[in-house]
Design a protein around this ligand. Structure first.
Ligand code: SF4
Length: 261
């Protein structure tokens, strides 16, 4: 506006009275407009029904190949607002795969899984029970960060079932590549991504079971998500749940042994 007309003339224009009010409400208006932009939901759901149009038809041969495909995935709307896809990391021959829900704010910025506050809880608990994080393959059920804006803050929003379903083929490909002996799901979303919506978290938490048959059989363990433990804080329930989480992670020792001293 200053380029079009020097500021000294503004006071002569009746419209300029509106400028402070317009500036003050700009952020809320932009947010409201963004919410009104129709998400490509019908197309997205149609594409889920027609798997032929999804970019998952060829199995990836290497983790690099798979990571490159995930980074360019546009199969659901979550890629629009996130900074980048966060792909799994860890040894391709890892005995244990840990699956979380989705990247958080810091993971989205850094591009690595479990590097934020929840990842810190995981790391500390693994150290406590003598399991080396570097021996694990860490990933998420959904590869892009879902959030809502509150001012400038990005507030975590759990992915919908449709996002989980759209992203599931990538998780399947990670499992096919790594072929872990044990898959640990952290939180209800990861459990549903692996087992479908029928499996209640309460029924499975802390127990070890076998999924699949023959050469596809894999041990499974369901634990709480460390971000939930953070939300429970120092409450009595928080203390109980941290103990259960620790007990659960201690079971990983049987699959990967203790780290080098
Ligand atoms: S969340 Fe998953 S399915 Fe959706 S765009 Fe990202 S990688 Fe693709």
């Amino acid at each position: 506006m200053r380029r079009e007309m020097p500021g000294r003339y503004w006071r002569n224009l009746p419209e300029t009275r509106l400028i402070p009010q317009l500036v003050a409400g700009a952020e809320a208006r932009v947010r409201a407009m963004a919410e009104q932009v129709p998400l490509p939901a019908p197309a997205f759901h149609d594409r889920l029904r027609s798997r032929d149009s999804l970019p998952f038809q060829t199995l990836s041969e290497t983790p690099e190949d798979l990571a490159a495909k995930i980074r360019t995935c546009t199969a659901c709307p979550l890629h629009c607002a996130a900074t980048q896809a966060v792909v799994g990391e860890g040894p391709v021959d890892a005995q244990i795969m840990v699956v979380g829900e989705q990247p958080g704010d810091q993971e989205d910025l850094v591009g690595r899984p479990f590097v934020g506050p929840a990842g810190q809880v995981l790391q500390e608990t693994l150290e406590k029970v003598g399991v080396d994080r570097r021996a694990l393959y860490l990933t998420n059920a959904v590869k892009h960060f879902r959030f809502r804006l509150q001012g400038r803050r990005r507030i975590h929003q759990s992915p919908d079932e449709a996002h989980v379903a759209a992203c599931r083929p990538w998780l399947e490909q990670e499992i096919a590549l790594v072929r872990p002996k044990l898959i640990v799901s952290l939180g209800a979303t990861a459990l549903k991504a692996l087992d479908g919506p029928g499996r209640a978290m309460a029924e499975r938490r802390g127990t070890l079971w076998t999924a699949g048959e023959g050469e596809n059989a894999v041990q499974r363990l369901a634990l709480a998500h460390p971000s939930w433990l953070l939300r429970l804080g120092d409450s009595t329930q928080g203390e109980i749940e941290r103990g259960r989480f620790e007990e659960g992670l201690a079971r990983l020792q049987d699959f990967c042994g203790r780290p080098d001293a």
